[in-house]
Design a binder for this molecule. Structure first.
Ligand SMILES: [Zn+2]
Length: 390
């Protein structure tokens, strides 16, 4: 019996290796899969047949021949199923549906004013349902839902703490799985953003990166050698609460002088309130003013860029990452933030860890988190038994 179990496991592993290769390198021939994996041609053929049967792989016309019969090429069937990804923000919900390659096919956005928890969950459910009802005809339909939250979740998808939503201990994964009957993954919005940029955006070139999400607060997602670094119990990445001023402003986290009190959207808008004497300035408004050359707006962004630089110096010195990617809502102010930020980095970080570093702004803009959330759902689908040996 033991041996059967081992063979079963082996086959399952081989099948997922073949699937991964077709997903990432399609179109590809059976012969080159055998070459790249070291599996025998017979094994590859049998696994590929199963994948074709499960509709995840298609066979298309002949490829280049190296003498002899032209090989048929295998194509990943990216429309065999669809994923839903959600960015659950403090003032908005953005939800997208993508195919299995992360191409967006549909999107729903709403604004909200952070209503009581159950109302917000009802809104969230409506957004997901709206997308799910529009899923194209396909073999698997919606394969899963990923949600990026502004807070912490445990491995069972319970939202432990989302201070800006005012949530504590919400079993969100279970609630949504009960509602929709498909797998749900919950993770921090910055972790999702890091994965989004790594898979589909500015980070595809690097095996490791630190993603810095600058929105209401500052969150970071750390990817080390292709894996999210979550810390011992999932709470890593709170670099927004690293103190940059020991006797600075008090923070709701219990610390004082935290980076996000000086370099987040909230910090920018608080400053703007003072400078313009207007209570409700918005980021878009400040960007418009900066575009018009308004000196006060330019000074605000310059100052923010410098404060961002200070925290980024800490990240460089602590992690020596090959890339830092700046995302979140403030990434749209790149034109005014980048220069002062880079000046501080140049002047203050240690030269060796800085030497080969690249600092980039997000390529996916406000969609880093939703696309990362889709990626979580897609990964879960491919690691599930559906694509393994039944
Ligand atoms: Zn803090």
């Amino acid at each position: 019996m033991k041996q059967t179990g081992d063979l079963h496991l082996m086959k399952r592993i081989n099948k997922s290796i073949v699937m991964e290769l077709i997903r990432h390198e399609s179109p590809i021939s059976r012969a080159s899969i055998a070459e790249k994996t070291g599996l025998t041609k017979a094994t590859v053929s049998s696994l590929v047949s199963e994948l074709i049967e499960s509709r995840l792989v298609d066979e298309i016309g002949a490829g280049e021949s190296r003498g002899g019969r032209k090989p048929m090429l295998l194509l990943f069937n990216r429309t065999a199923g669809y994923a839903i990804g959600v960015d659950l923000g403090v003032t908005y919900i953005t939800a997208v549906m993508t195919d299995l390659n992360g191409e967006i096919v549909n999107e729903v956005k709403i604004q909200h004013d952070n209503p009581p928890r159950d109302e917000l969950i009802a809104e969230l459910t409506r957004c997901i349902r709206e997308l799910a009802e529009r899923v194209p005809e396909s073999a698997y339909g919606v394969v899963g839902i990923g949600i990026g939250i502004p807070g912490f979740a445990d491995e069972e998808g319970n939202v432990l703490f989302a201070p800006n939503l005012g949530w504590e201990h919400v079993p969100l994964q279970r609630m949504l799985e009960d509602e929709f009957g498909i797998p749900v993954v919950i993770d921090n919005e910055a972790n999702a953003g890091a994965v989004g940029e790594k898979e589909f955006g500015a980070g595809t070139r690097w095996p490791s990166l630190v993603y810095v999400s600058i929105s209401a607060g500052i969150g970071t997602g750390i990817i080390i050698k292709e894996e999210l670094y979550r810390g011992m119990s999932g709470f890593s990445g709170e670099i927004g609460h690293v103190s940059i001023q020991h006797d600075g402003k008090p923070c709701r986290c219990g610390n004082a002088g935290c980076w996000e009190l000086y370099a987040s959207e909230k910090a920018l808008l608080d400053e703007a309130k003072e400078v313009y004497g207007q209570p409700r300035m918005k980021v878009d408004q400040l960007i418009r003013l900066a575009e018009e050359g308004d000196a006060k707006a330019l000074a605000l962004f310059d100052r923010l860029g410098r404060y961002l630089g200070i925290g980024i110096v800490n990240i460089i010195n602590a992690f020596n990452p090959p890339a830092i990617i700046i995302g979140g809502r403030l990434a749209q102010a790149e034109a005014w933030l980048k220069q002062p930020l880079l000046e501080v980095v140049e002047r203050r970080s240690l030269p060796y860890p800085r030497a080969q570093l690249e600092v980039q702004f997000s390529e996916l803009g406000v969609r880093s988190t939703v696309l990362g959330a889709c990626s979580f759902a897609i990964s879960k689908f491919f690691s599930s038994t559906k694509v393994s040996v039944e």
